[in-house]
Design a protein around this ligand. Structure first.
Ligand SMILES: C[S@@+](CC[C@H](N)C(=O)[O-])C[C@H]1O[C@@H](n2cnc3c(N)ncnc32)[C@H](O)[C@@H]1O
Length: 476
């Protein structure tokens, strides 16, 4: 069997241990006992019902799986393996089992990647480690390509174990690699990645991540500086004003008095401009951003708005505070958008409006060399720059109803000193348009692609365009 034979036939699922224990143990038995000659004690892990199991089903049968053990603080295992004792989470991928027929299909790689990536995004572990028994030693080479380094060889539970650690820096570097692998393999097999946070919600017996595990992560500003980004964000705020001018008029907003929150508001220019909309007369406006710099700038520049520093994952607002929540150019920067949606659902009133605007990289049109830069960046970026392709489904699973969808195509066919918008096409000058992509040059992984793209852009008269999409939801 090869990877193409799996297309459309695989379902990935987080497994509730009690419900699936028979299939889990049978698969482990076949692989570890029947094929690899271990004894039956090898198929159980103490505490299995509290761990995370990701499985792949082929025509209804569990054919491949992996277990993720998440540990908080220190326990017997950490001590026994001489691992660093920290207060935070540690991830141990273990018991990867797959039927022989599926070897060479890359299914095991997809499962490991997906499990690792989901757990890292939700728990933000201090480090990850694996223990390989002697016969599995050669797997160490595979894991080293993801930053796992041999830490020690210890005797534990009667086995000689090779212990590998992937520290925090290695985790961050590997996130991009794992994300790319997951994208590539899941696209070929055409499989949907299941949500870990939904699984955790339904299975309280599993160690739950502290609410703030991913809260303080600002993927957007991790790589960029506030000073460099400010002019770009102010320009983006103006652009947004032009795109939304007519669209806003078509939306049936709740009647005033009402509360509107702009989450991920950046320097606040756009929220400030919303205050002047006739449609929103009588509204009270609030702005939240995770960055202290952004909020300080907004507070100094625009008064009469309730600015607050905080994260979309844990806003600390009371339940059902807002009638409207607006988020522009934020969703693409989230590693766990479903957790963010849950929080927005909580603070939105029933019948309230969620107004999302974002760029969608998958709509980019232009010369190959520039498209290549965009694609590389999309794949390497830790957020999801095509999130608007899947957001409607994700939002539906959180009880949001999509009530309006619209897009504007931004092109470089305009004049430098004016922005024009006609029939959903917004025209910028060549320089202004390129400035919108300048942040890509600051990412090391993509720098060489950026340089080639930039050289092409400025030595030809090529046209480029990309869509900025709006999706408006109602809380059911
Ligand atoms: C590209 S900017 C968009 C700013 C503004 N909404 C706009 O449309 O111009 C993204 C903003 O999201 C903020 N951000 C990133 N992660 C966040 C999080 N978890 N919660 C709240 N804001 C976040 C960043 O600090 C940044 O100001």
């Amino acid at each position: 069997m090869n990877i193409h034979d799996l297309k459309g036939k695989i379902i990935l699922k987080w497994l509730n241990y009690k419900e699936h224990s028979k299939q889990i143990l049978e698969l482990r038995r076949k692989v570890f006992v029947e094929h690899q000659g271990f004894d039956m004690s090898f198929i159980n892990i103490e505490g299995d019902e509290n761990y995370l199991h990701l499985g792949a089903f082929f025509e209804g049968q569990l054919v491949s799986m992996i277990t993720g053990v998440v540990i908080k603080g220190t326990n017997k295992l950490i001590k026994g393996l001489n691992l660093p004792e920290t207060l935070g989470y540690k991830l141990q991928p273990t018991k990867r089992a797959e039927l022989k027929e599926f070897r060479g299909t890359r299914l095991a790689e997809l499962i490991s990647t997906c499990m690792w990536k989901s757990i890292v995004a939700v728990y933000q572990p201090d480090y990850s480690f694996i223990e390989l028994i002697e016969v599995h030693k050669k797997l160490g080479l595979y894991y080293s390509s993801f930053g796992y380094k041999l830490d020690s060889i210890v005797e534990f539970d009667g086995f000689k174990l090779n212990v590998y650690i992937q520290n925090n820096d290695d985790i961050n570097n590997s996130y991009k690699k794992f994300k790319r692998l997951e994208d590539v393999i899941s696209t070929i097999i055409s499989v949907k990645i299941p949500s870990l946070s939904n699984h955790l919600e339904k299975n309280p017996e599993i160690l739950q991540p502290e609410k703030n595990a991913s809260t303080n992560n600002n993927l957007y500003l991790n790589m960029l500086s506030f000073q460099d980004e400010l002019p770009r964000l102010l320009a983006q705020g103006r652009l947004l004003g032009v795109i939304q001018k007519n669209l806003i008029e078509t939306i049936d907003f709740p009647k005033a008095p009402a509360n509107l929150l702009d989450i991920g508001c950046g320097p606040g220019l756009y929220l400030f401009s919303l205050r002047k909309k006739k449609k929103l007369k009588g509204y009270k406006f609030s702005g939240m951003d995770i960055s202290n710099d952004m909020i300080s700038f907004a507070r100094l520049s625009y008064r009469k708005i309730a600015w607050k520093q905080g994260s979309i994952y844990n806003t600390k607002y009371d339940a059902e505070t807002f009638d409207v929540i607006h988020a522009s150019f934020l969703m693409i920067h989230l590693a766990t958008p479903e957790i963010a949606l849950k929080e927005l659902f909580r603070i939105l009133k029933p019948g309230g409006i969620l107004y999302i605007v974002d760029v969608n990289d998958s709509t980019f049109e232009g010369p190959k060399v520039i498209k290549k830069m965009i694609n590389k960046h999309t794949v390497y970026y830790e957020g999801n720059r095509n999130i608007l392709n899947t957001l409607p489904e994700l939002a539906k699973s959180q009880s949001f109803d999509l009530i309006k969808k619209s897009f504007a195509t931004v092109s470089n066919l305009g004049f430098e000193n004016e922005i024009t918008m006609k029939d959903s096409v917004l025209k910028l000058g060549r320089m202004k348009m390129w400035a919108m992509f300048a942040f890509i040059s600051q990412r090391e992984d993509v720098q060489s692609y950026y340089q080639k793209a930039e050289q092409h852009y400025f030595s030809t008269e090529c046209e480029i365009s990309i869509q900025i999409q709006t999706q408006v939801y109602k809380k059911i």
